[in-house]
Design a protein around this ligand. Structure first.
Ligand code: ITT
Length: 188
């Protein structure tokens, strides 16, 4: 089985990625505190991947976040830093939307892959949705309790549990990675 080193400190992401890359041996790589100074998800994903370069035949990292139209795209690349806890981050988004701004939103994920000494490759995934009036469900992590995907049946990601894999941003980005890994050979 092909070994993939996944540079993350988020155990929920790790669990999802293990589900999504079921045909691969996904090992977690601890890269400590990395300064995510990029302006885009792709830049931040590659900063994290570079911090783990060489520690597995293929090293990947993922940066993701929630973009809310009524908040001009916030929290965006600041999603993990929008408040101190998941509950605090959810409260802040709901509070900022209380005045009636657009609740249309999307989750975005960028995966950066480094193989051998090759160039970084970036794969992106997006899922469109709306922000729920209040949190619902207790599966998942982060903003899952307030995100209702447009392609679903009205349940939030936290109510969908593993069913979020049918259309999540992460599922879409990692599906592209899996295709690349299985259809190309190492150039290193
Ligand atoms: P890393 O170690 O992988 O960087 P992290 O949690 O710091 O883990 P990010 O910097 O990519 O990850 O921040 C992404 C944040 O966006 C994450 O902490 C959540 O708050 C939110 N997020 C991303 N994907 C999500 C999802 O599927 N469901 C809920 N929230 C999500």
């Amino acid at each position: 089985m092909m070994r993939i080193g996944f540079a993350t400190s988020n155990p929920h992401k790790l669990a999802e990625v293990r589900r999504l890359l079921a045909g691969f041996d996904v090992v977690a790589l601890d890269v400590g505190a990395v300064d995510e100074t990029g302006e885009t998800f792709a830049e931040n994903a590659c900063i994290k991947a570079r911090a783990a370069r060489g520690r597995a035949p293929v090293v990947v990292a993922e940066d993701s976040g929630l973009e809310v139209d009524g908040l001009r795209g916030a929290p965006g690349v600041y999603s993990a830093r929008y408040a101190a806890t998941d509950a605090g981050r959810i409260d802040r988004v709901l509070r900022e939307l209380a005045g009636g701004a657009s609740r249309r939103a999307r989750f975005v994920a960028a995966v950066c892959a480094l193989r051998g000494d090759g160039e970084p490759r970036v794969f992106e995934g997006v899922v469109e949705g709306v922000i729920a009036p209040e949190p619902r469900g207790d599966a998942g992590f982060g903003y899952d309790p307030i995100f209702i995907p447009l392609e679903g049946d009205g349940r939030t990601f936290a109510e969908l549990g593993a069913e979020k894999d049918r259309f999540s941003h992460r599922a879409r980005a990692f599906a592209k990675l899996a295709t690349w890994l299985t259809t190309t050979t190492s150039s290193a």
